[in-house]
Design a protein around this ligand. Structure first.
Ligand code: FAD
Length: 813
């Protein structure tokens, strides 16, 4: 293998995803790339995949990836000179309930915005597309004209062929068995000799954890078994196909949890059953070193319900003979999305692995991975697939529980107020018992259980009651009362898990000033800082507390821990020190007009006259606390930062002091309501690399007078060109539902923007949308419409100021 002994990039794994990474890197001009496959290409999950290529996703970024794949596959055979079987049959996704139809309508809106013409079918219209179907119990269906199926092996070979033609190389039967970092490059051990690489990519599929371990990386994943059943020719189906000249569209009965595809003149039935089966999940069932081209034994018992259901839905199926069962391994991350991007904590290493739907996502994944590597950033914000969204606490027990849950609810609906129950109670606040006793209903944030709302006696806390798209559910009255307490008296929110980094060293302030778009607060003060990439796009937002000239505390979202730390470390100047203090501290938000009285009543030695955006070290109940005079809820308030061991004592003191003053605990739902009323953005909701700092309406956090900062050139150019779309606050006359993420904004027949947040503002008594709107329409009083679950509602653009307390008088009180 001498000629391969060195490459700029080595991709480990030759499934559909690895081959697509190779192809896209080569297309981007990185042709000195080598793919190493331990067996033959496709030997992992790819060879036996059913090959369905949907575009449907309720996630904006995954839909982007799948849409790109479908369009790539349409032209790939011709582009690389490798003909493929790719049938674009369209698909019919059946709905059994009102809620399911609402989900479909939302996806139709997202699809339209991405240029795809998805449509809703009535039960009658369904049979015109799919004649063999029982429709009596259906509420409708979603028709996706772009859906289809591809031969996964041909797809992989086509991608590899295209890559080879551009100069990239593939070495088969060449397993990587070890890796070492020299300080400048990776040296990979293979039976054919050592290979040196500047960069490596783990595209190891269900072996990704084994591959990751070679790099010292624990990949958060587990492996499920998934089966599909092949049925023999059915004469009626054959006759119909010949008559109409095409195959049936792919059928997904998502409420019964299976897909049913015409396979030649028979069917392919693939259930996502529940209960389902994990493999290689316990020490007595280790993953074999090599499972190439192997399958698990058939296990039809657990599919019996689905087979019967499918036969009742499409009675034709009952006439067919089952000819073959394919039972193969699929890897799952704890949220079911793949890992695409930088390998956390490992230099010059990337991941493109743990794909549950790696055939339909391979095309998009290759594009995304190549952008990460060649440009350092991706065109679309890809946080939903970023490996750093898992921060390292996810143990095997968690991965297995979540994998089983995701698989068992593969087609489940993700309701905005519902928290999935598995893998919970992994990271508890120091005052968890106390908040639970007060009625907290919890939801996980980076694994930390935080109160979503506090149930009152008689409130329905069942999981079933949270499964609704409606604004009003059992939580609504409680959240209204929590917001009222914050508005009229005082509320306390236990907020474990903030990420916090201490930046020190001579020149720290100077360095940070170059990283952020705006000014640094002076010593004793704090402020918000925005980090832009070289294109001026929003990378992250952090709270910056200046403790000394060159002693700075950076506080950021819990889930941003690895992402933000990675960004800071990547750019850190020599001689500076960055310490991650996230695990040592906790935080309470104490906010409301009586917050000062509550703190005073604790007997604290803090100077409570210090103004907004100051911080100080003080004592409560004899424990040292750091008080920060800010409030994400938009009222007078302090964040009380405590060391973990001190948190219960401080909580008890504040609660006791606050009781006579009307202090009430509040949860994340109330905080969401309160923050949208203030126009405060959330990271990876409103703030993402899909938008520039100027589009985000954050120009007041840009200090143009600074000689240089990251992104300045791009932002200055954008300002000169004119910002085409910009952050807007809308009030929407929506009766029963708040807008979901990426709800579209219309003017007449034109889509003119999208919402990144939508929630009911309890203090202002209105449905509020935050989002992006074409700049020329972004004028106070402008009338537009917002599409929510397929229905358009009148909306009005508001002033570029918070709806609640626009002059910030309450917060400065
Ligand atoms: C029954 C079934 C049906 C499916 N149907 C669909 C579908 O319809 N649509 C869809 O999108 N997805 C489907 N999937 C999922 C799909 O198969 C996978 O998501 C996809 O194949 C993953 O591709 P990959 O390239 O990431 O991994 P793989 O195909 O598993 O490739 C990983 C490769 O890495 C190699 N490798 C591992 N370790 C090393 C090493 N140390 N050195 C060198 N090489 C190594 C392996 O040999 C393997 O070839 C299905 C899966 C199953 C089981």
């Amino acid at each position: 293998m001498a000629e391969f002994a060195q490459a700029r990039v080595v991709i480990i794994g030759g499934g559909a995803v690895g081959a697509s990474c190779l192809y896209h890197l080569a297309k981007a001009g990185w042709t000195d790339c080598l793919l190493l496959e331990k067996n033959e290409l496709t030997a992992g999950s790819t060879w036996h995949a059913a090959g369905n290529v949907p575009t449907f996703s309720s996630s904006w970024s995954i839909m982007n990836m799948q849409r790109y794949s479908a369009s790539l596959y349409r032209g790939l055979g011709d582009a690389v000179g490798y003909p493929m079987n790719y049938h674009v049959t369209g698909s019919v996704r059946l709905g059994h309930s009102k809620e399911r139809l609402q989900e479909f309508k939302r996806v139709v809106g997202m699809g339209r915005y991405q240029g795809m013409d998805l449509t809703i079918l009535s039960p009658d219209e369904i049979t015109s597309r799919y004649p063999f179907l029982e429709t009596h119990d259906l509420t409708g269906a979603l028709y996706d004209p772009y859906d289809g199926d591809i031969d996964p092996a041909q797809l992989t070979q086509a991608l590899a062929t295209g890559a080879r033609k551009l100069g990239a190389k593939v070495e088969r039967f060449c397993p990587v068995t070890a890796a070492r970092w020299t300080g400048a490059e990776w040296v990979l051990t293979t039976p054919k000799g050592e290979v040196r690489a500047e960069y490596v990519v783990n595209a190891g599929g269900y072996y990704a954890a084994q591959v990751g371990a070679m790099f010292g990386r624990r990949v958060p994943m587990m492996v499920m078994s998934h089966q599909y059943l092949l049925f023999d020719t059915i004469p009626e189906l054959e006759a119909w196909t010949k008559e109409v000249g095409h195959k049936l569209p792919l059928l997904r009965d998502v409420d019964s949890s299976y897909y049913l595809r015409q396979e030649k003149m028979g069917f392919n039935l693939g259930p996502y059953e529940n209960p389902c089966r994990a493999h290689w999940a316990t020490p007595d069932d280790p993953m074999p070193d090599d499972f190439s081209f192997q399958l698990f034994p058939d296990d039809l018992d657990r599919l019996e319900w689905h087979i019967n259901d499918a036969m009742a839905r499409v009675p034709l199926l009952a006439k067919a003979n089952l000819t073959k069962v394919i039972n193969g391994p699929i890897p799952y991350t704890p949220d079911g999305n793949p890992l695409i991007g930088p390998m956390p904590g490992v230099p010059n290493a990337f991941e493109a692995c743990v794909f549950t739907f790696g055939i339909c996502q391979a095309g998009g994944a290759g594009k995304v991975l190549a952008e990460w590597m060649t440009e350092g950033a991706t065109e679309w914000d890809m946080w939903s697939c970023d490996p750093r969204r898992f921060t390292g606490w996810e143990d095997q027990d968690y991965c297995v529980k979540k994998g089983l849950e995701v698989y068992g609810h593969e087609y489940g609906m993700h309701f905005p107020h519902h928290a999935w129950p598995e893998g919970r109670m992994k990271r508890l606040s120091a005052v968890h018992e106390r908040t639970a006793a007060l009625g907290a209903q919890f939801g996980p944030y980076n694994g930390y259980e935080r109160a979503l709302w506090y149930a009152r006696p008689g409130d329905d806390v069942s999981e079933a009651a949270q499964r609704t798209w409606a604004r009003k559910g059992p939580w609504f009255g409680a959240v209204a009362a929590e917001c009222a307490a914050v508005r009229d008296a005082c509320g306390i929110l236990d907020l474990p898990g903030f990420s916090r980094f201490r930046l020190t060293g001579a020149g720290a302030a100077e360095w940070l000033l170059h990283q952020i778009t705006g000014k640094l607060p002076s010593v004793g003060r704090l402020g918000l800082a925005y980090f832009a990439d070289d294109k001026g796009r929003i990378v992250t937002e952090m709270s910056v507390a200046r403790i000394g000239e060159d002693d700075i505390l950076l506080i950021t979202a819990s889930t941003a821990q690895l992402h933000d730390r990675g960004w800071l470390e990547r750019h850190l100047a020599p001689g500076l020190s960055l310490t991650d203090e996230s695990a040592d501290w906790s935080c309470q938000i104490l906010t409301g007009p009586k917050a000062r009285d509550v703190l005073a009543a604790t007997g604290t030695d803090a100077d409570l006259a210090k103004g907004w955006l100051t911080h100080q070290t003080a004592h409560i109940a004899g424990r040292e606390v750091r008080l920060m005079r800010v409030s994400f809820a938009g009222e007078l308030g302090w964040e009380i930062h405590t060391r973990l061991a001190d948190t219960p004592a401080v909580w008890d003191a504040v609660m006791a002091a606050g009781k006579p003053l009307g202090l009430k605990p509040f949860g994340m739902f109330a905080l969401n309501s309160l923050r949208v009323e203030k126009g405060y953005r959330t990271w990876k909701g409103d703030l993402s690399t899909d938008y520039t700092v100027l589009q985000g309406g954050l120009e007041r956090f840009v200090d143009w007078a600074k000689p240089a900062f990251r992104g300045k050139q791009a932002l200055a150019a954008e300002k000169q060109r004119g910002v085409t779309k910009r952050f807007a606050t809308l009030v929407i006359e929506a009766e029963a539902h708040d807008p979901p993420y990426m709800a579209t904004i219309w003017q007449g027949s034109q889509v003119v923007g999208e919402l990144t947040s939508g929630y009911w503002g309890h203090r202002v008594g209105a449905c509020i949308g935050l989002g992006m709107l074409k700049a020329d329409l972004n004028q106070p009083g402008q009338a537009v419409e917002v599409e929510i679950f397929g229905q358009r509602y009148p909306a009005t653009v508001k002033d570029d100021a918070p709806l609640w307390d626009p002059k910030n008088e309450r917060i400065r009180a």
